[in-house]
Design a protein around this ligand. Structure first.
Ligand SMILES: [Zn+2]
Length: 71
C-alpha cells in the first residue's frame, strides 16, 4: 500500500517542567508548568515543531491549562 506514506500524526513531548503552586483539579496531585513540544510527522519523519507552555499534572498527566494555542 503506497498510501501508507501519507500518514500524518502528532507527538506531544514534555521538554522540561518545574513545580508550580497549584493542585490538579482531577486527582489533587502537584501541578507543574511545563515546556511542551508538539511535533508533526509525515511518514514518521518530523517536519514541523511547535513549542508551547502548559500547566500539567505529573501524576495523572492531565493538562490543566495551556498557553500558546495548542491547536
Ligand atoms: Zn492529576
Amino acid at each position: 500500500m503506497v498510501s501508507l506514506c501519507f500518514i500524518v500524526d502528532q507527538k506531544r513531548r514534555i521538554r522540561s517542567h518545574r513545580p508550580v503552586a497549584s493542585l490538579c483539579s482531577r486527582c489533587g496531585g502537584g501541578a507543574r508548568v511545563a515546556d511542551m513540544q508538539t511535533e508533526t510527522r509525515c511518514c514518521f519523519i518530523p517536519f514541523y515543531f511547535k513549542y508551547w507552555k502548559a500547566i500539567i499534572c505529573t501524576f495523572c498527566g492531565v493538562i490543566l491549562k495551556s498557553y500558546g494555542g495548542n491547536k
